[in-house]
Design a protein around this ligand. Sequence first.
Ligand code: B3K
Ligand code: ZN
Length: 859
Amino acid sequence: PQVIRREDYQAPAWLVPEIALDFRLGLSATHVIARLSVTRNPAGNGTPTLRLNGDQIAALAVRVDGEAVNDWRMDGPDLLIDLTGDAHAIEVETALNPAANSQLMGLYASNGMLCTQCEAEGFRRITFFPDRPDVLSTYSVRMSGDKALFPVLLSNGNCTETGEGPDGSHWAQWHDPWPKPCYLFALVAGDLVANHAQFTTMNGRAVDLNIWTRAEDKDRTGHAMASLINSMKWDEEAFGREYDLDLFNVVAVSDFNMGAMENKGLNVFNTRYVLADPETATDGDYDAVEGVIGHEYFHNWSGNRITCRDWFQLSLKEGFTVLRDQLFSAAMGSEAVKRIEDVRVLRGAQFPEDSGPLAHPIRPDSYQEISNFYTATVYNKGAEVIRMMRTMAGAETFRKGTDLYFDRHDGEAATCEDFVRAIEDGTGLDLGQFRLWYGQAGTPQVTVELRHEDGAAVLELAQQVPATPGQPDKQPMPIPLRLALFDRATATHRVEELVVLDQARQTVRFDGWAEPPVLSINRGFSAPVQIEAQRDPADLVFLAAHDDDPFARYEAMQSLVVGHLVGIVGGRLDAAAQDRGRAAIGEAFGAILADDALDDLMRGELMILPSETYLAEQLLVADPLAIHAQREALKAWLGREHGAALEALHDRVRAVPYGRDAAARGARKLKTQALIYLASADAVGTAPRARAQYDAADNMTDRQGALMVLCGLDVPERAAALDDFHTRYAGNALVIDKWFSLQAGSLHKDVLEHVKALANHPDFTMSNPNRVRALYMAMAVNPKAFHAAGGEGYRIIGEVIRKLDPINPQTAARFVPSLGRWRRVDAARGALMVEELKAIAAEPTLSRDVREQVTKSLG
Ligand code: B3K
Ligand code: ZN
């Protein structure tokens, strides 16, 4: 397999300042003529050979400066032409079958419409082109097609002309004035309607906004439109970024590999991140729409105006844009809750990646298939790394850094190094050693010890960055730790500061403490590290009740539970210690239920126990079912201990009417949280309460929450509610996805039987990524199902990978990491997982995507 290395980067030999594309559109036959003006790059290596990348396409005709030529040749999938001068006009014709494109890369058909996905390397499936992000071109696009099939014709930039053609056809001409790499090209043709609005920018320019969907979905686009307008306004205020075209289009597509795509002026979205109304979307779905709409919009500056020099720099745009969308969502809702959710995602997805066989730095050094590097590390850890710069500089000073970055690199294809240097120059920070965060993989472990001696609190800090594949030795990195010391008597802190741990060990002394204080550390999750500390449960109960940093308060509760459950599973707690630990958790949990000063959204966060994945992450080798059993036992115990309070809570919040405000959202969050604990303590007794919540629901949050709880119970109410749900929402693909994933993610003892039956359900299909994920990703992340004794869960996922690979390799490869965790489970399970990986590796034909992930997972 060919390995692409960051150190091998070479400037392009030829540039393409302009391209004109002409599409004759048809669902199963589309004809493309591409006209490229190419010029020799003075900074290139001078080769006369123009290399145009292709992928599963053939050149029907090649013309150079208007003359048909024969002296072009293929080099594998690429088309090579030897040129004599410094500037030429190249014309290439290709023919495509969008309906047969099941990979959903390049031009494909979805639901009767045509759309494109070009990032990272999809443009080469449309026409021959130097498909690399540092070749920027001005695009003119003409498309023609059947007016009845494709009444709406969209591309990047502005529509400059339209007209009627012969035989019921029509055409449109588009022009994008902003030079861009080909991965940002987009085209959409279909029978769509728009929710239209206008936005006036800070400089008074009117921008037309359209969210395009199929007619029946139009009335579910209000929230996406509001989110788009909020994003545009927020980016002006928070980052000084103004939109730069007169038109901004968003199109919702039901077959999509990822969440959405930031094509210039024409964002293409997975329907699940556009459509929302109270009846069909949960509060979580609303937040996801807002976050992804913001994310793609923010790319207009962090990604489009300044793009990446090469794909190793992906975190330049993705890490920064994730940080931007996180800050935006925090500003739109609860900052505290948003931070907790962001950390939960990081710990649930990125920490396991960073400690497994696929660990890589946020700026990788090599890859085989770039699609495999759209990871939680590049995105979410990338965001954390930039957030640390912001924490060290302070928000206001950080803004000086980003202003300089946007100013200095506008219109360029930049590197992570360019970004760091701009932040340094703009803020005055010295990020010399900090750059290690870009190159070293692995989650740093920070050991914390607080001693009390001679009237002082002495903090001993040590860091260790674990070895990861290809990186046996690591250097210490600067780790900004926000900390506070609390006075036990007054329950307030006297010290709060940012300590940057940048050596292997460091001692910090705080004088003036007659009594030992309580330490609150990594407040706000100021660094993406794992804190190792021997904590007295009483101190954690104290912080869970009194810490004024909401994240730290949540963290105290999490640590209390983690210490207890991991202690039990690891066999480190005797019976008495187990009882004490459980009692401490019960006390803290009771205080959270009773604390009148807490808002319900935050109360709901504090009630959520650490996930099984995160618990497993704390152990070198874990029996996933033992973790599951202990966590469930604790849930049931809490449900029994606090049964009366939970019932009272459920009664209180179910009286709150539906609203989009924080109080009503908090009520809904608690409603299902209360139900979860009550059902865990008493399934039969709680099922009617869950069914009542289901029936009374006037919104999807309550209905899905109740159904989720029922799904895990062996009660008659289960099947009835599932049937009702399926009938009620028949035809609504996004809600039927929920129906699949609730069952595949359930706690029910027969969950694998359910999954197998669902695979044969008429609504199931392997060709829609949302549906595949709804069933199988939900199962793969459900430890009880995935790790079921005997390895059936592994076999099911292995088979999915083998069956899906020829259809959609990108989505297939996303399932491999779950099997790649074999070193971290008990040996018997690990052997079964390896068997599955080997069976995949033995397939005669595998995509580059799956091949890379499987090989690395076995290695
Ligand atoms: N930039 C796209 C990623 C698409 C990658 C497809 N392999 C989505 C986003 O991060 O906004
Ligand atoms: Zn992105």
